[in-house]
Design a protein around this ligand. Structure first.
Ligand code: ES4
Ligand code: ZN
Length: 324
């Protein structure tokens, strides 16, 4: 099974580029940019990555991003992730970035997007890995900040396919971003949103109805409502599920209790993704392996995760035919 999963072509749809910052690169960039970090060794970093919920992770994740300063830093970060993609046979990836995490520290939007984009372009040329870029609004910040961020993105429409919504779900309802998503849609961006990670099934419904999203990031708590699961299956609404993330952040106690295989068998368009792999213990192959080891599945079922991801991706129909 290990070899089958390793060789399987994969499509990643839920990956925060800031979440690919491995401790080695964090130390390297801290030294390069003269930034203080609160860790003295890799062991101290690993000890700190012991999360009990989403917020305890986010606090450390935003702190880690402080070492990213120059366009070269964003390039190096993205390139390191793309080398992992090559290794895991990821043939297409749709990458999230959080501009506000950087612009709030005085780093320009252009520095961030250009560094990431240059690495994505190079990977297309050298590794034949295709990609899209998705700009996320931080839901713990206010609507005005999201509107300013959208304004900054307009000059980069050629590089950004969609907007998303991430960070703390509880206490920050989708309704707070209804107007900024409406404006994003009118500017031609597609929309996605994190929902139903820690929040209830109703939070997923809100994201679908108020933000007109094309797919749901996480969405695993849809299982609290059987009727809703049937609806999602019927409509083939995609869920970008992140198995190792869900275990690390205690959304499920153990992988054997994860509902992804049950949802797959009910006909929901579930996909496997790595979320913040440097923090959660693994990239795409690791996530597939973790699910495959905890659940009895046929090869056809495992491959269905890739077929679902192709279906859910923002690759054009023409391009899908060419690629697959
Ligand atoms: C995230 Cl796992 C998760 N959930 C919500 N927001 C995020 N940003 C980065 N990782
Ligand atoms: Zn995420």
């Amino acid at each position: 099974m290990k070899q089958f999963i390793q060789d399987l072509p994969k499509v990643e749809l839920h990956l925060h580029i800031e979440g690919t910052l491995e401790p080695e690169l964090m130390f390297e960039l801290a030294a390069r940019n003269n930034i203080e970090i609160p860790f003295n060794s890799f062991a101290e970093v690993k000890d700190a990555y012991d999360f009990h919920n989403l917020q305890s992770f986010l606090d450390i994740y935003y702190q880690g991003a402080n070492v990213l300063i120059t366009e070269q830093d964003f390039f190096d970060l993205t390139w390191a992730y793309l080398l992992r993609c090559k290794n895991d046979n990821v043939v297409h990836t749709e990458v999230f970035f959080d501009p506000q995490t950087h612009t709030d520290r005085g780093i320009s939007f252009d520095t961030v997007v250009n560094g990431i984009d240059k690495a994505l372009t190079k990977a297309a040329e050298e590794f034949n890995i295709s990609s899209q870029l998705i700009m996320c609004f931080l839901r713990h910040l206010d609507e005005e900040s999201a509107f300013i961020t959208l304004e900054q993105a307009l000059a980069h429409k050629d590089k950004i396919i969609a907007v998303g919504l991430d960070s703390s779900e509880n206490g920050n309802p989708a309704s707070k971003f209804e107007r900024v998503f409406e404006k994003s849609l009118s500017e031609g961006f597609l929309t996605v949103a994190h929902a139903g990670e820690e929040g209830p099934a109703s939070s997923i419904r809100d994201a679908l109805e108020l933000l007109k999203i094309t797919r749901i990031d996480h969405g695993v708590r849809c299982s609290d409502d059987d009727h809703f699961v049937e609806e999602l299956a019927k409509l083939r609404t995609p869920l970008t599920v992140c198995p190792l993330s869900n275990i690390k952040l205690k959304v499920f106690e153990e992988m054997s209790e994860h509902n992804i295989v049950e949802l797959l068998r009910k006909g929901v368009c579930v996909t496997i993704n790595s979320d913040d792999p440097a923090y959660f213990g693994g990239y795409m192959t690791d996530n597939f392996m973790a699910v495959g080891e905890a659940h009895m599945m046929t090869k056809v079922e495992i491959a269905q995760f890739t077929f679902n991801a192709i279906e859910a991706s923002f690759i054009s129909e023409l391009e899908k035919k060419r690629l697959f």
